[in-house]
Design a protein around this ligand. Sequence first.
Ligand SMILES: [Zn+2]
Length: 225
Amino acid sequence: MEPTSLVNRIEVPARQGRAVRVVAGGRVRVVDVAGRQVGDVFTFAADDLGEYLSASHTRATLSRLFPAVGEDFVTNLRRPILRLVEDASPGRHDMLIAACDKARYAALGAAPDHASCADNLRDALADLGLASIVVPQPVNVFMDIPVDTAGGLDWFEASTRPGDSITFEALIDCVVVVSACPQDIVRINDGVPSALELHLWDPDPRPSDAASAVDTSTHATQTRR
Ligand SMILES: [Zn+2]
């Protein structure tokens, strides 16, 4: 069901990250504003940042590389934390590749001050007065890393179009961090990192709020399984 009580829209500027608190039952949508932009999504339990969405535990639970719509991401304590409720994108996402960081860019020959998703995570959490000693494996939305039959990986450009999105429902109170990946050396962002947008809904949408709902009529609304 499409939520109707949109409560907040937050821009994630190109090459930056933002953190938001989402209560159980609330929803967060990541929108690729201009298309061909990867977002690194991290999620922590609100009461203990030592518990966080774990890609490896999720893969083991689902026996899949990435959840299908309706399936749950779990934490390092194997507790469901997010549900994938809608995918209005080409459906290409990655849960294998680590967040980019200073060492990654140093190896690629970038300037020492190149932005990274790992730094964006730390900065965004700090804006909420929080800190994590780990940089979890992120959920790389819109990132297209196909696995071939020999086990090899490729690095494709994101195939998203302007306005494509993916929507998650929080299953416990959590902190969600989204980094608009600043990768401009490997071609995943088509060489030009751009902004993302977050749309947030409270639980239990009220019909009277429908008039204030975001207009998604211009966006793709195909739901993939
Ligand atoms: Zn990145």
